[in-house]
Design a binder for this molecule. Structure first.
Ligand code: BGC
Length: 849
């Protein structure tokens, strides 16, 4: 989709409101409180008296706000109204994804809308936070709020008004390209996190946009795929997060690209009006995903208030439709009123005393939070024979292997890519941490940048060529290969992409089907920041025609054409094996470069990384594999490793965070929020093209409500690593479970003790079994659903008795005969443990309405 040009082209919500606060802050706080009390089911309950006072104040503030909105609405012309309902080009070119011009005549300022999920995506640098999937791994809603606050603050500081985040679509299939951008396969965890992140973002004065409503769980055919989930599944899985976002007061919702039940999400009255507004009481505005509007009347009247990023349907076409009497102007007014009301709530209408001064960025605070999240989400999947932490003799000499060891893997690609303030590589961080006491060596292992081309004729330097502005650099010659071989070609460039042909076929054509998105992590940039493209070709031995045309354009450019063949690869692996053998411990960095716009084609690590890991672990079994991946990968080499540490896309502080976890300065605090399957054929969307990627344009949630870990339980399939799994450097014991009713919910109380000698973090998880009463009515239920959790930092020997509340909603199912929630009464099983497959305590309780 067309995107704003990027440099690469191609704590509780009911907290008391302080007395001396600005009107704007008061409105924000009250809006949050009002939204909570308006939650259809199970919102937080505040004390009665403060809640009444807050409601009165909210009503007064709301009345003033409504007056201003009504007054503006009456003064706006049709042209001005429609201009407030669609995007345009930002004259200041700040690099964010969206811009809506203001109405200077009425003092309404312009609106800037920036991605995204892991930090503010503008042309300037911002704090590149760990990907949301890593935040989620901490199982810590409080941390999600702090994460939101950093993005909210930065967004305001970077001249933005609306954040196009958080994304709360479930991780339904491990192939999905955007799994790093979202939280989890579990509806409860996702809902908790999205709500707190939104509270954090909006507490700073930035409007949060929860996206993408709904069922946008894959990138394959995302513009057209028609997703069908059925009413019960929809409400019990995907919608939970959106509902929580609305209850948390989200100002905006983004309607997805895909269709839902045969209708474009942007035209789905069922989603945008019946559920969102009427059932949940949403009072913000709905915007389309970028280019997701396909009509004027149907979209507007279904409840899609704003078309982004342009105005193909909501500009002239909408004005014409109103003037011709095909669309009632009242529909335009409704949409404008919704947009203006949120803008008023956030002080973004230019009213007197409203324009809160923009804060300064605080990069140090951003970096601190980025580091905290990256250690809290670091997930230790395997640790045999005390491979980690790196201490004592094992830490005297360490060999780092892999391209992402030396070049920091900061973030994923697509609209979630952030220009980081800074980023230190794991290698440098490990060297700094190890100090003089240890030797840290490095071996590339797998080349992702290529080596300078040698066998060209005429001999010509194609490595690091500068082309002056307005000039063209041409090479026409040959490349001679001596054996049949698999080649990888790489072009590194600034400015315009050079045109390179090999045997008359273009090697690096414009990328089709990915909306111009480039990889964010390692595949999109060379170590020095030049753009990077790669092409893999099998070449027979012989002489091949090679041409390069590089144009300097207006600003000049630099490029390098590089390649790697079998002999180069073998030399890289041999170098890594020799270096690994010579070291006491090895830390091998493996990666998978995910981006919006395309799904993965397989679950294996890309390229030849599996072979590299096999070779290195054979040379030195004291090898830790650090994974910078978006989602699950298969691990055919697992048994040969000492340890596996999942670091996802760890943001700008990923290097220091990785070093801190490897050396044991902090306990790896993360747990899996998505199940890792054993193979390509053993996961919820395997083996049935209708489930994934869809067949004949239709994709069905064939697993029904059994998304993620629920499917593994329902089908008795053993995963590679279960949902909730993650090791600590210490041990925890679980004891004394009691379960008592709390209204229609439960209070689950148990004791966790750190029985080891180190401080550590446990994530205690509560699971609930099905209700016999609902089963008797034929309502499908998960065999075990996540009912609650608690992140617990514990000192050595420390014991804590904790209570995890389980809400009535969590114990309820969606009844399609009543189109509503029904409490799962009767005798129910409760389990407590360290993962969905490591259940330590069990009790039976009685749930009564
Ligand atoms: C993505 C959205 C994003 C928008 C603006 C779309 O392609 O799907 O998540 O917010 O672009 O960048």
């Amino acid at each position: 989709m067309p995107h704003a040009p990027t440099p690469d082209h191609d704590e509780p919500t009911t907290a008391p409101v302080p007395l001396r606060v600005s009107r704007r802050r008061l409105l924000l706080a009250l809006a949050g409180a009002a939204a909570l009390t308006a939650a259809p089911l199970g919102g937080a309950r505040a004390g009665a008296a403060p809640a009444r006072a807050a409601e009165r104040a909210a009503r007064r503030a709301g009345a003033r706000a409504a007056e201003r909105v009504i007054e503006l609405l009456a003064r706006l012309t049709l042209d001005e109204k429609t201009a407030l309902l669609h995007g345009a080009t930002d004259p200041d070119a700040l690099g964010q994804a969206g811009y809506v011009p203001g109405v200077p005549r009425l003092g309404i300022p312009a609106l800037r809308l920036a991605d995204g999920p892991a930090g503010v995506r503008v042309r300037r640098a911002a704090t590149a936070l760990p990907a949301p999937v890593m935040l989620a791994a901490a199982f810590d809603p409080g941390l999600a709020r702090a994460y939101g606050r950093v993005i909210g603050h930065e967004g305001r500081a970077l001249s933005q008004d609306v954040l196009l985040s958080p994304m709360v679509n479930l991780i339904r299939t491990p192939y999905a390209g955007r799994n790093f951008e979202t939280f989890s396969e579990d509806p409860l965890l996702s809902a908790d996190l999205v709500a707190e992140e939104i509270r954090g973002i909006q507490a700073e004065g930035l409007i949060a946009t929860v996206k993408h409503l709904a069922l946008n769980n894959q990138e394959r055919d995302r513009m057209s795929v028609d997703v069908r989930a059925g009413e019960q599944t929809l409400h019990e899985t995907e919608l939970r997060g959106f509902e929580a976002a609305v209850a948390a007061g989200a100002g905006a919702v983004m309607a997805a690209y895909n269709k839902v039940d045969g209708v474009h999400a942007t035209e789905s009255r069922a989603l945008l009006t019946d559920i969102l507004r009427e059932r949940w009481g949403f009072d913000g505005w709905v915007m389309s995903d970028w280019g997701a509007v396909h009509s004027t009347g149907p979209a507007l009247t279904a409840g899609c208030d704003m078309e982004m990023p342009g105005g193909a349907y909501y500009g002239a076409a909408l004005r014409r439709a109103v003037r011709d009497g095909r669309i009632d102007e009242a529909a335009v007014d409704t949409a404008v009123r919704r947009v203006l009301a949120v803008r008023e709530r956030f002080g973004l209408l230019g009213g007197p005393g409203e324009a809160a001064p923009r804060p300064e960025r605080d990069p140090r605070a951003g970096a601190r939070l980025a580091l905290r999240v990256a250690t809290a989400g670091a997930t230790l999947l395997r640790n045999e024979h005390g491979t980690l932490p790196l201490t004592g003799p094992a830490a005297r000499s360490i060999c780092v292997v892999g391209p992402t060891g030396a070049v920091p893997f900061v973030s994923g690609g697509g609209s979630a890519h952030v220009v980081p303030d800074t980023a230190v590589s794991p290698l440098d961080a490990l060297r700094a941490r190890a100090g003089a006491a240890a030797t840290v060596t490095y071996a590339l292992g797998e080349d992702v940048y290529g080596k300078p081309l040698t066998r060209t004729d005429p001999a010509h330097r194609l490595d690091d060529v500068g082309v002056a502005a307005g000039e063209t650099h041409r090479y026409e010659g040959t490349l001679t290969t001596t054996a049949d071989d698999d080649w990888s070609f790489f072009v590194h460039y600034s400015g315009r992409r050079p045109v390179v042909t090999l045997d008359d076929a273009e090697l690096f054509p414009a990328q089709a089907g990915v909306g111009g998105f480039v990889n964010g992590g390692i595949g999109g940039r060379a170590a020095d920041g030049l753009h990077l493209r790669r092409a893999d070709r099998h070449l027979p031995a012989g002489t091949h025609r090679l041409t390069v045309t590089a144009q300097g354009g207006a600003a000049g450019q630099r490029f390098r054409l590089r390649a790697a063949c079998g002999a180069d690869r073998a030399a890289d692996v041999a170098g890594a094996v020799a270096a690994a053998r010579a070291a006491d411990s090895v830390v091998l960095f493996a990666y998978e470069d995910a981006t919006e716009g395309r799904d993965r084609t397989g679950l294996a690590l890309p390229g030849r990384q599996d072979a590299l890991i096999r070779a290195v672990t054979a040379a030195n079994p004291r090898t830790t594999v650090v994974l910078n991946t978006s989602s699950a990968v298969t691990m055919p080499w697992l048994d040969a490793t000492g340890a596996v540490l999942q670091m996802y896309y760890p943001g700008q502080e990923g290097g220091p965070a990785t070093a801190a976890v490897l050396f044991g300065d902090v306990d790896p605090g993360g747990r899996l929020t998505q199940t890792f399957p054993r193979s390509e054929t053993a996961h919820p969307t395997a083996g049935d093209p209708v489930r994934y990627p869809g067949h004949g344009g239709v994709e069905e949630y064939g697993e029904g409500i059994h998304v993620g870990h629920r499917w593994y339980d329902a089908e008795d399939v053993t995963p590679l690593f279960p949902f909730g799994h993650g090791l600590s450097y210490t041990r925890f014991a679980y004891e004394w479970l009691t379960v008592v009713p709390d209204g229609e919910g439960l209070q689950v109380t148990f004791t966790v003790t750190n029985t080891g000698t180190r401080a550590g973090v446990e994530v205690a998880q509560v699971y609930a079994g099905p209700s016999p009463d609902l089963a008797a009515r034929g309502i499908d239920q998960p065999r075990r659903l996540l009912a609650g959790y608690r992140r617990l930092p514990l000192a050595p020997g420390e014991r804590r008795r904790i209570t995890v509340p389980v809400a009535a909603r969590t114990l309820s199912s969606w009844d399609v005969t009543r189109h509503g929630w029904v409490l799962g009464t009767g005798a129910r099983e409760i389990w407590v443990g360290a993962s969905s497959r490591d259940l330590r305590l069990r009790a039976r309780t009685w749930v009564a309405a």
